[in-house]
Design a protein around this ligand. Sequence first.
Ligand SMILES: Cc1cc2nc3c(=O)[nH]c(=O)nc-3n(C[C@H](O)[C@H](O)[C@H](O)COP(=O)(O)O)c2cc1C
Length: 469
Amino acid sequence: MEPPLTRPDLDSQGLRGFLRMVEARFPGELLRIAAPVRPQLDITSAVFELEKAGRDPVLVFEQVEGHAMPVVTNTTGNRRLLAACLDVAVGDLPTAFRERCQRYVPCETVDAAPWQEVTLDGDAVDLTTLPIPIHFSVDAAPYITAGQLVARDPVTGVDTTGFHRLMLKGKNRLGVSLHSRRRMWEFHRRAEERGEPLPVSITLGVHPLHYMGSMVYAYPPAVRKFEIVGGLFGEPYRLARCVNGLEVPAGAEIVVEGEILPGQHEPEGPFGEFTGYASYRSTQNVFVAHRLHMRRDAMFHSVASGMAKDHILVSCITREGEILNTLRRNLPNVIAVHVPHTTCGAFMAFVKMRKTAEGEPQQAIMAALGTEFYTKYVIVVDEDVDIFDMKDVMWAVATRVRAERDIVLVPGCKGAILDPTSDPQTFTLTKMGIDATRPVGQDFAERLTISDAQRARVRGILQSAGVMV
Ligand SMILES: Cc1cc2nc3c(=O)[nH]c(=O)nc-3n(C[C@H](O)[C@H](O)[C@H](O)COP(=O)(O)O)c2cc1C
């Protein structure tokens, strides 16, 4: 048998390149687990257990019962590793991400990719042979969570790439939900209008920079998302062509070619979603697989679901970058934006600004709420508040807000389908902005502070008394 095809230039832009970088630069952040695990529950619950213990390492499960293929998870649960992918300091991550994802770099198409080593067609396709985890006990079936779906707009021909949960229904059948209603949803709607299926390729085993680029939503319709990923890599993203003509990342591990059927809906879910709830809401679409490609030594990538950081952290950073981008156009005095993990990486944004005039927080609230539909609460604070510390933000709300003056409600807005507060028929909800800034040009209560010099002095005293290390 021929050895597996190695292409360092392709691997560097895939999951393997990322694992190599982590092993070389952050060896403590990659754990290889040789003990046998079950695909049912063990993989995702290990991520949660480590998170509870304050650890977010990448995990490689080498022995998954019933399967020869290892499972890699939690590649994006750690801001430090994501910052390293962009070669920036952790504090600069949202800004660097925002800037780089606006540099659209044309892709390069290569002739051969390692995932073309093994190809199974038609009846030989059997997705049940893959080590697909069950993440939570509520999940209706095993779920592929790291499948990047690639399709072309049937009208313009421009392609897109994005994660969509995939429920294993049979050898060649997957349930899929397009509930985020972005490009894939729209492309499928356009194909359906013509009575046609939408050709789709599912790619597994992509680099975190692909994950991050795929979550960008504010960009011109003629731009390919792959060009955004190229901007993040700082070089052309290398793609290879599937039999169906779609182009997918050349450095991937596994590729499934198939189509989303027109006019067909089947039950899909429940599934443990990013909201921290079992989600019964779904667009209930159906994907049929025609062809399965993989590397001879393929690894199976899985995103830990529910509220795991692996599922949410990139959404936090994407939204921080996008909202900052919107705000800075009109409000150069906005300093930073934070979308906390504890608000599902989606529903709440904290904005820190150096307020120069009354009304600026309200401008920021309107712009941030209008950036996209998942953001439903915005809190604006002054420059002395640490927006990465929920306690500090709550203190500002508690001490600087007068409800009758500082709270803005916007009823009837489009909300997220998966948000349990959105209307079950229309998915609308009321958005809210809170201005937690002090008034300009008026006396206001003086915040208590302890200077850095005093802190250092007292730390020295406590250390010499043996009560602090
Ligand atoms: C791990 C993960 C899973 C996701 N699952 C879904 C999903 O099941 N359905 C969906 O519509 N969006 C899902 N999303 C969000 C989309 O991937 C995201 O909105 C993307 O930008 C959509 O790309 P598109 O414009 O190509 O549709 C998921 C995001 C992540 C990070």
